[in-house]
Design a protein around this ligand. Structure first.
Ligand code: 26W
Length: 824
């Protein structure tokens, strides 16, 4: 080999950060990337060329960073998540690289309004809701805090479905987000990993030691697509690596040689199905084979990628715990545990006990739910067919674990059955949360209350068995996207008051407490809110044809549709207010004018959730057009709530609805976004609401409803929802109105299932909390009457919720779980 070419050592150079330089790059991209001139270009061409221009700036830094991270060999985080709900990329990347002004001017110089190009971007909706959005916030914080890390996931060809309404009912459309191409990704087919499935295992003798080997039945290729994750103003660019499934050429060739062209194409389709679509189920696992294929596909590829590309050839695997921690984002990636064991034992020849000791230090598990039906289990039958060697490994892990349990607690068969990773009922299956708990160095919940309930209830025996394993990391949200980008007016006001540092040190928002007492600041704050409402009105008008009423309180409930979140409770409040007007109990003129905004997708197979969507739309169309209401109530349900819409709705909100039954919402993260944007919360003592209220204070938070222990007590005592209906005339009137067919053109049957569900099977205790909720809403009305006091409260909410930055969450993960200091 010759000497290194001198140019190979040259630093990678960024394009110049000037308007002229930017214009030049942009036009070059239009001409040579898109093959068009400025005049012949479509808006999509221009968006693509702009995105490529911004990407080039990132790319130079990314190359530097990758080189550095490889050289440093510092301990890093591999974040394993089946979902990343990223939202649009352009604005975030402009912000991170300080290019917003330059790009805006450069586009103007070309006669282009950059806002028009922003609208071109289709957001990558590669997640369902809270869990996926949290992963996106975390990779933003990891980059911003210079933590060596990589996010691994799946490049779904179709993300979360696009929601439309037909006659008020949800209809799902495929989300073809890649139809026009994505400018933000770099495919690397040359770095593909081969991923195997099926087949059987064989025992063989290895120098007197019996070992097992996997003889797979078929395989696919995992092709990595790199996305750059820029840190905010720190020059860092991390990697998000998403895997796409493609057919292996060997597989193709074999069939092709057999002359069966149709079969060859079918095989390709089969392979590519693995990364075809995001499962839209959020909380009720369906146990589908393709879903398990997806899970194994991406974690096997990620582990192989890490071991091959991040470690030196002769790396001593016993030192791995000093090099890497794999963070399991819920149970979806938990099949990584047996896969890691298989690689260490079968492929690298480590002893089982050595490998297990390494594994137990290299994994940590985050649980995101409390609903028992959301805890993933895989049938042994399916696992044995798809991943026979992994099933063997899981059995061995379980045998060893139960042996330890016996040593500690004796032959307490009840306890053994309860703690076994293998459950026998209704069918033999693997409890993935238990596997993760046994394997993980740490297990965390996502808010104080949630972590406590995990320890006290869901995983109680494990907490007893593994003292110190359980911890809490309260969720957070990125202030870059959810304050700076979503709410530039508020961001400017804060910077005026406090200087610029708050974006990366959100606790500085505390400084706003003093400004809450300044009438001039309050007036400016109120003007920000009013301007954000006008912006939202424009968006809803052009997006959905809605005309938002002027001067209304904006009362917002946006989140996945689930019975435990209790959109029905919100609806009963609306129907109650409406009923009190039309029955003459209250004069319309005496009602505080409110616009209610809903945003919610229902899992396509979740029938009750879809009925509730139908009812919200039905109530909206009646209430919005009833002249007796005199325009004082308005119900708007823009379809297809996503990150892009959230960025418009949240900054405009006055009231944030966080009304889940206590003990059901693990954390919530929307609740944090609203408070940080100056909405007041009406909420139960659930999830992170508890911590929000502690920080904000009782005076500036509308608490209602039963506490978790009260919920338990009422269940124990025997909950009869119909009793609440009988005893409360206001509640009865609201339910009767729905039952009467008033919202279904007189047809009583349409919403009858909702009504009888509430009266006889109210699992989430909507009726029990109704009276308390209505009373709290009356307090909201009273508070809203004093606008200046409301604004003061709103400012205090912003000032006191800096704790909920995802930077703080990441710091907690580092201190309590990862021990991966930033590499500056
Ligand atoms: C298909 C099975 C399944 C099961 C659970 C799919 C998805 C889930 C997720 C765990 C549901 C989820 O997104 N949980 C939410 O996670 C957020 C981030 O921690 C929390 O803020 C929410 O409270 C929690 O519901």
């Amino acid at each position: 080999m010759g000497a290194t070419h001198p140019l190979a050592l040259a630093p990678v150079t960024s394009p110049p950060s000037t308007v002229d330089g930017f214009v030049k790059e942009f036009l070059q991209n239009l001409n040579f990337e898109r093959g068009v001139t400025l005049t012949s270009s479509s808006p999509n061409d221009r968006y693509m060329a702009l995105a490529h221009t911004v990407r080039d700036y990132l790319q130079a830094r990314w190359l530097e960073d990758q080189r550095r991270q490889r050289e440093m060999q510092a301990k890093g985080v591999c974040y394993l998540s089946a979902e990343y709900l990223l939202g649009r990329q352009l604005d975030n990347n402009l912000l991170a690289t300080r290019l917003t002004d330059i790009a805006t001017e450069a586009m103007a110089a070309c006669g282009i309004d950059i806002d028009d190009l922003r609208q071109q971007e289709v957001e990558p909706g590669l997640g369902n809701g809270g869990l996926g959005r949290l992963a996106a916030c975390f990779i933003d914080s990891l980059a911003t805090m210079s933590v060596p890390s990589i996010g691994y996931g799946i490049r779904y060809e179709y993300g979360i479905f696009r929601q439309t309404f037909v006659d008020g009912q949800q209809v799902e459309q495929p989300d073809a987000w890649l139809a026009l191409g994505s400018p933000w990704e770099f495919p690397h087919p040359e770095a593909a990993q081969e991923i195997s499935f099926g087949g059987h295992t064989e025992k063989y003798d290895d120098d007197g030691v019996e070992r097992s080997r996997w003889v797979p039945g078929w395989n696919v290729q995992a092709v990595p697509y790199n996305y750059m994750v820029p840190g905010y103003h720190n020059g860092r660019v991390n990697t998000l690596r998403l895997w796409r499934a493609v057919a292996t050429s060997a597989f193709d060739l074999r069939i092709f040689n057999s002359g069966d062209y149709e079969e060859a194409v079918r095989a390709q389709t089969f392979a590519e199905n693995i990364s075809k679509v995001l499962y839209p189920e959020d909380s009720t696992p369906q146990g589908k084979e393709l879903r398990l294929q997806q899970q194994y596909f991406f974690v096997a590829a990620s582990i192989a990628d890490f071991l091959q590309h991040q470690l030196a050839e002769d790396y001593d695997y016993e030192k791995l715990p000093d090099r890497v921690i794999f963070q399991l984002n819920d149970t979806h990636p938990v099949i990584a545990v047996p896969e890691f064991m298989r690689v260490l034992v079968d492929e690298r020849g480590l002893e089982w006990d050595t490998a297990w000791a390494i594994t137990q230090k290299c994994f940590a598990y985050t649980c995101h739910t409390l609903l028992p039906e959301a805890l993933e289990v895989w049938s042994v039958d399916l696992l044995g067919r798809l991943l026979p060697r992994h099933l063997e490994i899981i059995y061995r892990i379980n045998d060893d674990f139960l042996e330890e349990v016996r040593e500690r607690f004796g032959d307490d068969e009840m306890r053994i059955r309860d703690m076994s990773i293998i459950s026998e009922h209704p069918d033999r299956s693997v409890r993935m949360a238990y596997l993760a708990t046994v394997a993980g160095a740490k297990v965390n919940g996502v808010a104080e209350l949630h972590s406590q309930l995990l320890r006290d209830k869901v995983l109680h025996d494990f907490d007893e068995f593994y003292p110190g394993k359980f911890t809490n990391v309260t969720n957070g949200v990125t202030p870059r996207r959810f304050v700076r980008l979503a709410n530039p007016r508020l961001a400017d006001l804060i910077t005026d008051a406090l200087g610029a540092g708050w974006t990366v040190d959100l606790e500085r928002l505390r400084g706003l407490e003093a400004f809450a007492e300044d009438p001039e600041f309050r007036a400016r704050f109120a003007e920000v809110k009013a301007a954000n409402k006008r912006t939202l009105s424009e968006v809803l008008l052009s997006r959905d044809g809605f005309t938002v009423s002027d001067g209304h309180m904006l009362d917002v409930m946006v989140k996945r549709l689930h019975e435990y979140k209790r959109q029905m409770l919100k609806l009963l409040h609306i129907v109650t207010t409406y009923e009190s007007i039309v029955s003459g109990k209250v004069a319309a003129a005496d009602v505080v004018p409110r616009t209610f905004i809903f945003g919610a997708k229902a899992a396509p197979g979740y029938v009750m959730a879809k009925r509730i969507i139908h009812l919200i739309n039905a109530v909206g169309s009646v209430v919005n057009s009833d002249p007796r209401v005199e325009g004082r109530l308005q119900v708007l349900f823009p379809p297809n709530y996503n990150v892009t819409l959230a960025e418009r709705v949240i900054p405009a909100a006055d009231l944030s609805e966080q009304i889940s039954l206590a003990g059901k919402e693990a954390s919530g993260t929307g609740n944090m976004k609203f408070a940080l944007n100056g909405a007041l919360t009406i909420g139960t003592d659930d999830g992170a609401n508890v911590e929000i209220r502690e920080l904000v204070g009782d005076d500036d938070f509308f608490l209602f409803g039963m506490s978790e222990p009260e919920v338990e007590a009422l269940w124990a005592q025997g909950y009869k929802p119909a009793d609440f209906y009988q005893k409360d005339p206001q509640l009865r009137a609201a339910i009767d109105l729905i039952a009467s067919g008033a919202f279904s053109g007189g047809d009583r049957s349409v919403f009858e299932p909702i009504v009888s569900n509430l009266l006889y099977d109210d699992r989430f205790m909507v009726l029990a909390d109704y009276a308390s909720y209505i009373a709290a809403q009356a307090r909201v009305d009273a508070a809203y009457a004093d606008q200046d006091a409301w604004t003061r409260s709103a400012i205090l909410n912003v000032a006191r919720t800096g704790f909920f930055s995802s930077d703080r969450s990441i710091r907690d993960y580092i201190d309590r779980i990862w021990h991966t200091p930033p590499v500056l």
